[in-house]
Ligand binder design. Structure first.
Ligand code: FRU
Length: 485
């Protein structure tokens, strides 16, 4: 087991803030060294949001998984990220894997997967609680479940607690041990004698990948949504184009019948290249999602590895469920990042091309009344390089292309987007992280670009015929502030 020196690691993080490298984002959570992934333990406790996330402080590889921790009241001002939880014993020696948080009256608890491998490489996964202490560390406490139930493999991780009718449950990612391993989730209920496994909620999905990671169980009025990250699905023309997906089914969860009833098809939460393992907090009637900006098994695609750090978390998004579909919008707190004096209006009538300067960090709201235009390109231009969003009205598809970028992975991602007359886009353009929301949150896409030169991008909108009107607003965005920086 590696030795983790919290004091030294925290001091090193503090000494490297604010971030120096030009690929570091200004308004996305990330770390100055090591590799981060899934958001964990997302909770609201004593007036602050607590965001934990997977972190290997020792290198840019998926090993030595710890939990880092930040606090924020407003998603703009943050405490300095610190090491909170790390491998210490035989149960979690190979990683403090993902889990959730739950605020109680007098304590903030976390619930995580202890990952360990024996000498033969056999995995064991157990689920353990912990409590955040005043010194910023998580004190490890009782285990809820030591092993997966009969009929499942040790790919048994990422518990997410929820309550129904006053009772505590958790849903957890699992793999049925069948001839062809099958991804699923299991649900547990708290009883006086501990946690009882209720089994898998039946779905109509059948064999749907070999593993489901990072489930979340959400309640939207009379509906339930099961979010999960299936692995092993084939890419299709208009979806599932990343190696692994993050999406959901919405319906009605029957805990008595152990079934997800009348559920929708599986839909992805994001269509970009770099989105996985989201975690959702329900707080004061809002469902707030934070995702990992990255992708498992694709580390070679990310050139920041050579700089000693990798990946980001997405901006917080607010989810709503309408007619079986989850809409995501940037959390309203992010408006505080707008620098008022930089507000710049875009208007054009009957133009086939519109251009605008951007800032070092921009938010762009655009409404394009298509008129005669059938094909529209929205381009972020970085000198000779560019990132393109191409809307094809006839095919009703949006295509995001990184083919015009030099560094990092290229390729395209394509998805269905229905636009009648007005194409609406809402973009957050950070140094390398770009988050896009389409048609008022109907779809979203998160991705990185790694511009070769340190250039502030410009915006171009170009169509194959004059667009009736192009209107919008652009703001320069301020950076996140870290305590003491
Ligand atoms: C998802 C995941 C989780 C696991 C964690 C380990 O990205 O593989 O299933 O708990 O990452 O870092």
């Amino acid at each position: 087991m590696e030795y983790f020196d919290k004091q030294a690691i925290d001091a090193k993080v503090a000494s490297m803030l604010p971030f120096q490298h030009r690929w570091h984002n200004r308004f996305h959570l990330e770390m100055p060294f090591g590799l981060i992934n899934d958001p964990n333990g997302f909770a609201w406790y004593q007036g602050e949001y607590h965001i934990f996330f997977q972190w290997n402080p020792l290198g840019c590889v998926h090993k030595n998984k710890c939990w880092a921790h930040v606090r924020t009241r407003d998603f703009v001002h943050y405490s300095r990220p610190e090491l909170a939880l790390w491998p210490t014993d035989e149960h979690d020696k190979d990683g403090c894997y993902s889990g959730c948080g739950v605020a109680e009256r007098k304590r903030l608890r976390v619930f995580y997967t202890c990952n360990a491998k024996d000498e033969q490489g056999n995995r064991s996964s157990s689920q353990r609680f912990g409590t955040l202490q005043a010194d910023g560390t998580v004190k490890k406490e009782e285990f809820a479940v030591m092993h997966e139930p009969e009929g499942y493999t040790a790919h048994f991780r990422d518990p997410y607690l929820f309550t129904r009718h006053g009772k505590q449950y958790f849903v957890i990612g699992a793999q049925a041990d069948e001839k062809e391993p099958r991804g699923t989730v299991l649900i547990y209920r708290e009883t006086e004698d501990g946690w009882e496994c209720l089994g898998e909620p039946a779905t109509r999905l059948g064999q749907f990948g070999y593993m489901w990671e990072c489930p979340n169980l959400l309640h939207f009025g009379p509906f339930d949504a099961l979010i999960f990250c299936p692995q092993g699905l084939e890419a299709r023309d208009y979806d599932r184009q990343n190696v692994y997906q993050a999406g959901y089914i919405a319906g009605h969860l029957s805990l008595d019948g152990m079934a997800m009833l009348q559920h929708t098809k599986f839909q992805e939460l994001d269509h970009g290249f770099d989105f996985y393992a989201p975690q959702v907090l329900n707080h004061e009637g809002r469902h707030i999602l934070i995702g990992w900006m990255g992708m498992p098994d694709r580390d070679d695609d990310y050139p920041t590895r050579e700089e000693g750090w990798m990946y980001s978390l997405t901006l917080p998004r607010e989810l709503t469920l309408r007619q079986g579909h989850i809409y995501s919008q940037p959390a309203r707190e992010l408006r505080a990042l707008r620098i008022a004096e930089t507000e710049n209006t875009v208007t054009a009538d009957s133009a086939a091309r519109v251009e605008s300067d951007l800032s070092d960090g921009s938010e762009i709201l655009l409404n394009i009344k298509l008129g005669e235009a059938q094909n529209v390109d929205l381009r972020l231009r970085y000198g000779l390089e560019h990132l393109t969003f191409h809307y094809d009205r006839h095919a009703q598809t949006m295509t995001i292309s990184r083919e015009g970028m030099k560094n990092g992975a290229r390729g395209v991602r394509r998805f269905r987007l229905y636009v009648d007359e007005m194409l609406s886009m809402h973009l957050f353009v950070d140094k390398t992280a770009v988050e896009a929301f389409f048609q008022h949150g109907e779809e979203a896409a998160s991705l990185f670009v790694f511009p070769e030169k340190d250039i502030v991008p410009s915006l171009e909108v170009e169509a194959d015929a004059p667009m009736e009107t192009v209107t919008g607003t652009i703001w320069q965005l301020d950076a996140f502030r870290y305590e003491g920086c």
